[in-house]
Design a protein around this ligand. Structure first.
Ligand code: 2HG
Ligand code: ZN
Length: 463
């Protein structure tokens, strides 16, 4: 017996594609977190902005919650539909709409994959510089909703820096056009920046105008093996001063073991506790010599124990795989994830405290660390031991996350650097944002989405 609400939605929009088969509900009802059992009402696959707007209006009238859905590669449960919500997938809205050579912008529908954006920019001799491993599956709408970061933030910043304009269907059903691609626009509140990182709680991004830029200069990729944690920040300070960094990423030996077991190729022999993959401008011999000199200095100081410089694009890709393959290699273990950040100046003290905390709280449990250390952003993945049942494991992880949140608070850090709060970290929002800020955020939400139909339960523990 079809749900009468869906029958009504079909009357409002006779051409709307609606899916209700169990396999589809399962597929579209979850993201990469895999912790919640999907239970959506149905999946709506609108083909255009009008259909999105009509769905949101209908949902307001009928008080049906909507989960906006892109590539569902999120790691915070932001796109999970576990309580009878309508999943509104932007999957069919994935076209490039316009390229403007003068403005250097690309206007796209929100469901387009990041990699397709990269390819489209490339066709015009330009780049869209936000980049990370999920590029093939994640969508621009989702990137905007979480203000996605990634491996090039050190050079280019987060998604926030690259959005020149957006069309959004607000939670109240209004279509709003934000900033219209302007570079300068001092005419009051910038709702564009408010929408970026709002995790689908204020509006559904339907189109975005993305800024493009020149491709980076020719670069080199280096893998470094490090003897201890202190060396990490020494090498970072050295490389940041001497080289023009495009990326500076870190991972531990545990992380390496997982990617190697997952098919990546070993690049440095021997046992080393920590590794860095770094990419930097290497346009001419002078820059290449400077990189070599920086490496040799780090070696002499004992900050680095070994290293390789990629000699070809293929080798560079092999080195990058050691870092970019980590999440995929851990995925079968369904790790408990933390994604935290502190100011770069606070990284050394924070790392020490965190290392001690994790060693004390997880003496028997495998904890895999990696991340964008050059941005002060660390990913801490905790793996469930086989003899520990899921609930007990999650309870233990939540306990440690509370301690971690308190440590972060002392260092002025954030409980979510780039993955978003979603369901996973909503209980910890207060460790990062003040009570006054959260009250303002909830007030803003009421303005955009008075009936609370967009992604309820995400970001805030209530409402
Ligand atoms: C990355 O940096 C992603 O690879 C995923 O942000 C991090 O899996 C994670 O915890
Ligand atoms: Zn990351």
């Amino acid at each position: 017996m079809p749900d009468p609400r869906l029958a009504e939605l079909s009357r409002w929009l006779p051409d709307l594609r609606l899916l209700t088969a169990p396999g589809d509900l399962e597929h579209y009802g979850r993201d990469w977190t895999r912790r919640w059992t999907p239970a959506p009402l149905a999946i709506a696959l609108p083909a255009n902005v009008d259909e999105v707007q009509t769905i949101v209006r209908w949902a307001n009238e009928r008080q049906v919650a909507i989960v906006p859905s892109g590539g569902r590669t999120g790691l915070s449960g932001g796109a999970v539909a576990a309580h009878g919500e309508l999943v509104l997938s932007l999957e069919r809205m994935s076209r490039v709409l316009d390229f403007d050579a003068v403005d250097r912008t690309l206007t796209v529908q929100a469901g387009i994959a990041l990699q397709t954006v990269h390819e489209a920019a490339h066709c015009h001799g330009l780049i869209y510089p936000v980049d990370f491993a999920a590029r093939g599956s994640c969508s621009i709408g989702g990137n905007i909703a979480t203000n996605a970061g990634g491996i090039r933030v050190i050079r280019y910043g987060n998604t926030r820096e690259w959005i020149a304009g957006m069309k959004v269907i607000a939670g109240n059903g209004e279509l709003i056009e934000l900033n219209r691609g302007l570079i300068k626009n001092s005419s009051g509140y910038d709702f564009r920046q408010l929408l970026i990182g709002s995790e689908g709680t204020l509006g559904i991004v339907v189109e975005a105008t993305l800024k493009l830029t020149d491709p980076p200069p020719i670069s080199q990729v280096m893998l470094l093996a490090l003897p201890n944690m202190d060396a990490l920040m020494q090498v970072f300070a050295l490389f940041r001063t001497r080289l023009a960094l495009q990326a500076f990423e870190f991972f531990t030996d545990q992380a390496l073991q997982h990617v190697l077991a997952h098919g990546a190729q070993r690049a440095i022999d021997g046992d080393h506790p920590y590794y860095v993959v770094t990419e930097f401008d290497a346009v001419d011999e002078r820059q290449q010599q400077m990189a070599l000199a920086a490496f040799e200095h780090a070696l002499e100081q004992g900050w680095v124990s070994d290293g390789v410089i990629a000699q070809s694009e293929a080798q560079a890709a092999t080195l990058w795989r050691l870092r970019e393959g980590i999440t995929e290699s851990l995925a079968p273990r369904r790790p408990y994830k933390n994604d935290v950040s502190v100011r770069i100046s606070a990284v050394p003290a924070f790392l020490h405290e965190m290392q001690a905390l994790l060693a004390r709280e997880y003496p028997q449990i495998e904890v895999v660390w990696f991340g964008h250390i050059g941005d002060g952003n660390l990913h801490i993945n905790v793996l469930r031991p086989e003899d520990l049942v899921e609930e007990a494991f999650i309870a233990q992880c939540e306990h440690v996350t509370r301690l971690l949140a308190a440590t972060l608070q002392r260092h002025g850090g954030s409980i979510s650097a780039e993955h978003g709060i979603g369901l996973v970290k909503r209980a910890y929002l207060e460790s990062t944002r003040s009570v006054a800020e959260i009250a303002l955020m909830q007030g803003v939400r009421k303005v955009f989405d008075p009936n609370g139909i967009l992604n309820p339960g995400k970001l805030f523990a209530t409402g």
